[in-house]
Design a protein around this ligand. Sequence first.
Ligand code: SF4
Ligand code: SF4
Length: 155
Amino acid sequence: MEKVFLQKTDSGFKDEIAEKIGLEEIKPCYSCGSCTGVCPAHEVIADFDPRRIIHMIVLGMREEVLSSDLIWFCCLCNSCYFVCPQGIRFSRIARELRKMALAEGYVDEDFLKGLSPVNDFLQDLCRRTLFQKVKEGLRGPHTMPCWRKYTVKNG
Ligand code: SF4
Ligand code: SF4
């Protein structure tokens, strides 16, 4: 288990992100792991774990989160939102983390260029995996408009 040094943490980190998103998106997470269980990116990059990233935000691990390559691997597919009992939309959190990482100089143009082929692969994988899972009967408390034809038909 990774050690957390409290003197290095930023207790306002979660509030900063919640404020940017405009909702109390972070605090209600109770680490059930449903998001990680359906995440297509997690299936191919085991270290990418939305539950863990949220936990790190709640702990105030600002520097570790913003400097991590992992925040760039979310393909923004919203599969996790579909199953999250708390209605947490990790894609919105990921977008804010990336904006902050860019604004604060944690990444540069070369990094983003290098990421491009990985992102193309993940986008395609996420799109195919999500629709396949929904068609196979995956259920969740939240539905995105673009999934409705599948969830209504199956529901
Ligand atoms: S599914 Fe929602 S409540 Fe559960 S760990 Fe993920 S973000 Fe937290
Ligand atoms: S939006 Fe998709 S890729 Fe990103 S954490 Fe959620 S399920 Fe994973």
